[in-house]
Design a protein around this ligand. Structure first.
Ligand code: FAD
Ligand code: FES
Ligand code: MG
Length: 289
């Protein structure tokens, strides 16, 4: 069992958890992820290692409630335990001195981009970070991102903080201002990563994206996380999750990500109904158990 030693809210439906996972924390590197299963009835879901502390033996992750398993995870408290916690999985990022790197985190994508920005800055790169969200209340880790960057730009869709617009507006402005960029790393929702690649492709700037394909085993055996990169079939769990964004087939991935939507909706509905029934049976409000 893996104990949750810290849990806090980072905004509406956004949570940070710190889990005691000694072996995983000893081997974790930037760019990797883990797969958890809350209990014996649960499904397996991948989450990125947003931070790790081998001395304390902990892994930090930030997640957004989007369906049944993430809602259930959000309902756990400090002191509760997770049944399975497998990792670190995936290929760590390649850290070297590239020059100037732009690290872009969209929404929850700021969490996985943080350890990458930190590792690349430690390797002597100039790191320009851009973090964006729909609104100010969804932004988090401004201080950590500032510390991991030489320059930090904040963007919100509704203009409640920083630049009013999208992360691509700031990236385009940097290019327009002739800022020399050697590499771009973009992590966030698929449409955002696709839009970033649309900006960098004409300038031929190497661009890495993190593909959140649906995963089951996380070891390259089931084929569930199949993606097409550069016309070749890759498995996001063992060949990625980071890939050359300029050659990713985003449209195919977007279709594949939606292939269980009906079942996911049904599963969430069943879960919520079960909670409601349990709360009625007890005659008290137990909306988060
Ligand atoms: P559901 O209603 O079951 O699904 C909602 C959507 O999430 C689906 O339409 C699908 O696109 C996606 N999804 C569902 N099941 C899986 C699955 N087994 N594997 C991958 N995607 C799935 N989310 C975060 O909030 N924080 C992270 O740090 C994070 N890191 C990730 C790292 C990787 C390598 C991958 C592949 C995904 C990551 N995700 C992360 C996405 C997260 O795994 C999904 O949001 C989660 O599985 C949704 O489960 P659910 O039951 O709550 O929602
Ligand atoms: Fe099964 Fe990648 S999750 S092959
Ligand atoms: Mg699910």
């Amino acid at each position: 069992m893996y104990k949750i030693v810290e849990k806090k809210s980072l905004g509406p439906k956004q949570h940070l958890i710190v889990v005691e996972a000694k072996e995983v924390s000893k081997k974790a590197k930037a760019g990797q992820f883990f797969i958890l299963r809350i209990d014996k009835y649960g499904e397996r879901i991948p989450l990125t290692i947003a931070d790790f502390d081998p001395k304390k033996g902990t892994i930090t992750s930030i997640f957004q409630e989007v369906g049944k398993t993430t809602e259930k995870l959000a309902g756990l408290k400090e002191g509760d335990s997770i049944l399975d916690f497998v990792g670190p999985l995936g290929v760590p990022i390649h850290v070297e001195k590239y020059g100037t790197i732009v690290c872009i985190g969209g929404g929850i994508g700021t969490a996985p981009v943080y350890p990458q920005a930190r590792a690349l800055k430690e390797a002597g790169n100039k790191v320009i970070s851009i973090i964006g969200s729909r609104s100010s209340n969804l932004l988090f880790w401004r201080d950590k991102m500032k510390a991991a960057s030489d320059e930090l730009h904040i963007v919100t869709d509704d203009g409640t903080e920083g630049v009013h617009g999208f992360v691509t507006d700031v990236l385009s402005k940097l290019l327009k201002d002739n800022v020399h960029i050697d590499k771009v790393i973009a992590i966030g929702p698929l449409p955002m990563m696709k839009a970033v690649c649309k900006v960098t492709k004409p300038c031929n700037i190497p661009t890495t994206v993190s593909l959140n394909a649906i995963m089951v085993d996380g070891t390259g055996m089931c084929g569930c996380c199949r993606v097409t990169v550069g016309g070749k079939v890759k498995f996001a769990c063992v060949d990625g999750p980071d890939f050359d964004g300029l050659t990713v087939d985003f449209d195919e991935l977007s279709l594949r990500q939606r292939r269980f939507t009906k079942e996911e909706k049904e599963s969430l509905l069943l879960y919520r109904n079960m909670l409601e029934k349990a709360s009625k049976d007890k005659g008290e409000c137990r909306c988060r158990q």
